[in-house]
Design a protein around this ligand. Structure first.
Ligand code: 13P
Ligand code: SF4
Length: 365
């Protein structure tokens, strides 16, 4: 047995086929010592090894039922952090490539959120007036901020229920980091667009005046997902012209005009289920990440369903794609040698506060 962890260099140049064999061998040897969770955006080359798959909410909900000592997360950093926060202290969460982040999550950080808190406190009593909601696509310290300030976490599945909960607590919401999910959810709840101004964290008072802030119901953080930003109403028009009976389904991280022109809007799990449950020989235009759409398109061919990706530009989530067979094989073999690498461990104080905001979410949904 090795006394030190094997370095990634030994796996970097391995062919995918060899990695596949080594992953299967390591998984078999580890048995129920590990469980692999996989997000729907993962590439097929690793997704096939996931024991459980889902959207962010479904994966988070699995965690407290897991017996395995090692939770290997095929997804991005914030998802592994959530698994670590919700798991038992004796469990170890591993992310095969630590550079698998989320560019949207990086659009908000604690320094900016705390500055926002100070700025808003100049014009109103933040703790009495505002419930902060952080999208689960955010770092653990932002979830901790929400825990500490009576706030909550939401996902793309439960955002409507969470917004409703938040507005029952206080009169306003600060929603970060995704303006699009916040806007679409607020709009669906009957809040007008001019009651949901954009808060630019890099400008004094978010770039707003006091009157706009006092009128606002939801302050939308100026953040977005670069992948979903690519989708446009023009793509929908081209599809509808060609397939007048076709249906359009989008993720709520897509721009407002795309959601507005879609027949269905929902999380990755919702998108998968809606198309899988649809009648045979139907046509679908899908506004979400490419790996999910390609997999679904292949699976649905047998039922004569046409599943098309919304953009003509290839927009894969490049950070999700960092989890490849080489990193998975490397991670599993190190676990097999009792030398786990890429452990995700949120510091205790931060994890306890973050857990508060996650538990609030799990109680609402
Ligand atoms: P879901 O929770 O819908 O899977 O979304 C996560 C995500 O990152 C979408 O870009
Ligand atoms: Fe983040 Fe967008 Fe990738 Fe989802 S698709 S993980 S929001 S960068």
């Amino acid at each position: 047995m090795n006394t030190v962890a094997i370095k990634f260099d030994a796996f970097e140049d391995l062919k995918n086929e060899e990695c596949q064999e080594r992953i299967l061998r390591a998984k078999k040897a580890l048995g129920n010592k590990i469980i692999i969770l996989g997000h729907h955006y993962q590439n097929e080359t690793v997704y096939r090894h996931a024991d459980l798959t889902g959207d962010s909410l479904k994966l988070a909900k699995y965690v407290d039922q897991l017996e395995a000592k090692y939770i290997v997360f095929l997804g991005v950093h914030f998802m592994a952090e959530v698994a670590n926060i919700l798991s038992r202290p004796d469990q170890i969460t591993v992310l095969p490539d630590l550079s698998a982040g989320c560019s949207m999550a990086d659009m908000a950080n604690l320094a900016k959120v705390e500055r926002t808190y100070r700025e808003l406190s100049k014009v109103l009593d933040f703790n009495q007036t505002i419930t902060p909601i952080t999208y689960i696509n955010s770092a653990a310290d932002l979830k901790a901020f929400c825990g500490e300030h009576g706030g909550i976490v939401c996902t793309s599945t439960n955002a409507p229920k969470i917004l409703n909960w938040a507005l029952q607590q206080k009169e306003k919401v600060l929603f970060f980091p995704d303006q699009h999910l916040g806007r679409w959810t607020g709009y669906q709840a009957g809040i007008s667009l001019d009651e949901m101004p954009i808060w630019d964290p890099d400008l004094p008072l978010g770039g707003l005046d006091e009157k706009t802030i006092s009128k606002a119901k939801v302050l939308l953080w100026k953040g977005h997902c670069a992948v979903h930003q690519m989708f446009r109403p023009e793509h929908i028009k081209i599809f509808r012209d060609k397939y007048p009976d076709g249906k359009v389904i989008s993720h709520p991280e897509s721009p407002f005009e795309v959601c507005e022109n879609s027949d269905f809007v929902g999380s990755t799990e919702y998108i998968l289920n809606t198309i899988k449950e649809a009648k045979p020989n139907t046509q679908w235009l899908v506004g979400t990440e490419l790996n999910l759409v390609n997999r679904l398109a292949d699976e649905m061919k047998a039922e004569g369903k046409l599943v098309k990706f919304m953009s003509h530009i290839v927009c894969e989530c490049s950070t999700m794609a960092r989890i490849d067979p080489q990193h998975l094989a490397w991670t599993l073999e190190n676990i097999l040698n009792d030398k786990p690498v890429n452990i995700i461990e949120v510091p205790k104080k931060e994890a306890d506060l973050a857990r508060l905001s996650l538990d609030r979410m799990l109680q609402v949904n």
